[in-house]
Design a protein around this ligand. Structure first.
Ligand SMILES: Nc1ncnc2c1ncn2[C@@H]1O[C@H](COP(=O)(O)OP(=O)(O)OP(=O)(O)O)[C@@H](O)[C@H]1O
Length: 633
């Protein structure tokens, strides 16, 4: 094991980095976004918010308003009102219990048998009412958390999947870590903590009102003392611990998400990693993530311990104060013995109510971190919804495809891949995009599909429902073979495909499987309803043929194929393109093989320096023949 120092703001922390092969060697550099541990911590620090607890409050309100001001607001307010009313009931019940206690103890100390049994009966009656009241409070709180969580996750997921935000968040912004973790983990934690803390504050507020009355009648000075004591204590504690704990909580959530993302990525790419023997690298990457996570949690534990030390000291400092103040009056015979215990009880309740924030600072800082992360996710989704000046995507029923003065930038805007590109494709025409690797062929398709919006100019195509894109990497969703063939339409929604009125018949699927040269597949895997991990069970070429079948099935007005047959041999590729010409009148392909020219009417060729040449296939051949002649002379 190797000891590495991870510096932090005010303290340095030693963390253990396991080095299983050679104990004397330092861990090798791991290429995450950073070069080493110290940089990783610095990066994490730069990403954590530098806001105080009070500054996070508007963000918490923004996230909370989504439900309470949204279309389900009546339900939201209904659950919240029920929660508050029940809290009021339970708090009042505790005040009543304190009076019964007082009577009970006074009766015992005065050897008043009748008073004692009277108090016992009262107590039994109160329990009869209190038990269902407390159970109902729990029920309402749990439902409130659940309904809020359902709404918030659903809203965030709608935003995430709308307008291909999930793609743009990942590829364009690149600044928001783990949106999936924010929706799955942060939302339930946020709703749970919000309900617990808000209902807790409401309960404590009612309790404080109730017990202040009790205390006021006996020792009004104690009420003033408590108010001043709690105000100073809360202010001091949040100022010293609040911001730091929130930052650490934020950082911890981020690190946990990163670690899980690493492990999920390793699972998704298990075959490639195994072929490369890359497991050591992956393990080291994940170990480093773990080291960073543990480092943050260690610092958090230190701060939490200091907070616990301070709150224990702060709370116990006043423990005997009520007895000290009321005992002289008891000895003088001015008050009964039960009054002393009631005052102590009321004092404790008011103190815990007033110091609620102080006692729950850990939870509060966790909630602040979650509010910060959810607000950032909402802001990122909103930013994507209104991206500012960008490529205009227009739809027209009378146009097959037109690019007007198109200029496509890479997502960070640092360079452009095409400039002033003008292309018009008429019905029945097809276009092959050619050029060296990395010149921007796929990016032009991304811009046409509306995935990349950074740039200028205009793209005019038929409506999205008449287009079909085949990406470089075929996607195999979970589910039976039938869903693989029908994707992106559902297995029970044949009417989505080409305005059909019913599901796609099996005979049609079998004949299309024949077209893409996969006629034996159904029998081989055990029928159309057979389920498997298709991306592992099928070869890349088979996956590309399944994807091609989807295209034939949907027979769109305009299809886009991004090296969609790259894993196939030339004969199969030619067979698929022959089928494509029968099923689809216009299409745009990206490809490297020159044999594909035979299946297209036009070519868009990369000429260097972000310039492209649009011509017919004949003009393309003529141009290249001329270039050959120039070279040979
Ligand atoms: N998300 C991204 N962020 C930044 N740059 C990107 C991103 N995706 C692609 N690029 C860059 O844009 C350029 C064009 O990429 P593109 O995928 O369009 O190339 P291509 O011509 O299709 O390449 P190939 O033939 O190898 O598939 C490349 O230099 C690539 O590094």
């Amino acid at each position: 094991m190797e000891l590495t120092k991870i510096p932090n703001n005010s303290e340095e922390l030693e963390v253990l980095i396991p080095d299983k092969e050679d104990h004397s060697k330092p861990a090798p550099a791991i290429h995450l976004n950073v070069n080493g541990t110290a940089e990783a911590v610095a990066e994490a620090k730069a990403q954590t918010p530098h806001t105080s607890l009070y500054q996070v409050f508007p963000k918490w309100l923004r996230v909370t308003r989504l439900w309470f001001n949204g279309k389900e607001r009546w339900q939201a307010w209904g659950w919240a009102a029920a929660g508050v009313l029940l809290s009021l009931g339970t708090s009042m019940m505790l005040v009543v219990v304190s009076y019964v206690h007082r009577d009970l103890e006074t009766a015992m100390s005065g050897k008043d048998q009748g008073g004692f049994y009277g108090a016992i009966w009262k107590y039994a009656f109160i329990i009869l009412i209190a038990a269902p009241l407390f159970a109902a409070t729990d029920f309402v709180e749990l439902r409130l958390v659940l309904e809020w969580r359902r709404f918030l996750t659903d809203t965030l997921m709608s935003g995430y999947f709308a307008n291909r935000t999930f793609f743009k968040l990942h590829h364009q912004l690149g600044v928001l870590d783990n949106p999936d973790q924010r929706m799955c983990d942060d939302v339930p934690a946020f709703t749970d903590a919000s309900v617990t803390l808000v209902i807790g504050i409401v309960k404590k507020f009612f309790m404080m009102i109730g017990f202040s009355g009790v205390l006021w009648t006996v020792a009004p000075s104690l009420v003033f003392f408590l108010l001043a004591y709690a105000t100073i204590g809360t202010w001091l504690t949040t100022a010293v611990f609040g911001k730091r704990l929130m930052q650490l909580q934020f950082s911890q959530l981020q690190k946990e998400g990163d670690l899980r993302f690493d492990l999920v990525r390793a699972r998704e790419n298990s075959e490639s990693i195994a072929f490369y023997n890359g497991e050591k690298h992956e393990e080291r990457c994940a170990s480093l993530r773990l080291v960073l996570l543990v480092a943050v949690v260690r610092i958090k534990i230190i701060w939490a311990s200091f907070l616990a030390l301070w709150t224990n000291f702060y709370q116990h400092a006043t423990l005997l104060l009520p007895s000290l103040l009321t005992a002289p009056r008891y000895f003088a015979g001015e008050i009964e013995f039960g009054v002393i215990t009631q005052v102590s009880f009321a004092f404790g309740r008011i103190e815990s109510a007033l110091n609620y924030i102080l006692n729950h600072l850990n939870e509060l800082s966790g909630l602040a971190a979650q509010a910060e992360r959810l607000d950032a996710l909402l802001a990122a989704v909103k930013q994507i919804e209104s991206p500012g000046p960008c490529i205009l995507n227009e739809t027209s029923d009378s146009v097959t495809m037109r690019l007007d003065s198109l200029c496509v930038h890479i997502p960070d805007g640092s360079r452009h891949l095409c400039q002033d590109l003008n292309v018009e494709l008429l019905k029945g025409q097809s276009l092959l995009v050619v050029g060296q690797s990395g010149c921007g062929k796929s990016s032009i398709l991304r811009a046409i599909a509306g995935l990349w919006t950074r740039g200028t100019g205009k793209v005019v195509t038929p409506p999205a429902s008449s287009l079909f894109f085949l990406p470089q990497k075929p996607y195999m969703p979970l589910g039976p073979l039938r869903s693989q063939l029908l994707f992106p339409s559902g297995a029970d929604s044949g009417h989505w495909i080409g305005n059909r009125s019913g599901p796609v018949p099996d005979s049609e699927l079998l004949s299309l499987l024949k077209e893409v040269q996969l006629s034996e597949l159904v029998e081989r895997v055990g029928g159309l309803e057979a389920e498997a991990e298709w991306s592992h069970v099928l070869s890349l070429g088979e996956q590309q043929r399944v994807a091609f079948l989807r295209l034939l099935l949907h027979s769109p007005r305009l299809a886009f194929l991004d090296e969609a047959t790259g894993a196939l041999d030339s004969t199969t590729e030619a067979a698929l393109y022959s089928a494509l010409r029968r099923y689809c009148t216009s299409y745009v392909s990206v490809g490297h093989r020159m044999e594909l020219l035979a299946f297209h009417t036009h070519v868009l060729e990369y000429m260097g320096n972000a310039r492209w040449q649009f011509s017919t296939v004949e003009e393309y051949h003529e141009r290249h023949a001329q270039q050959q002649r120039v070279k040979s002379t």
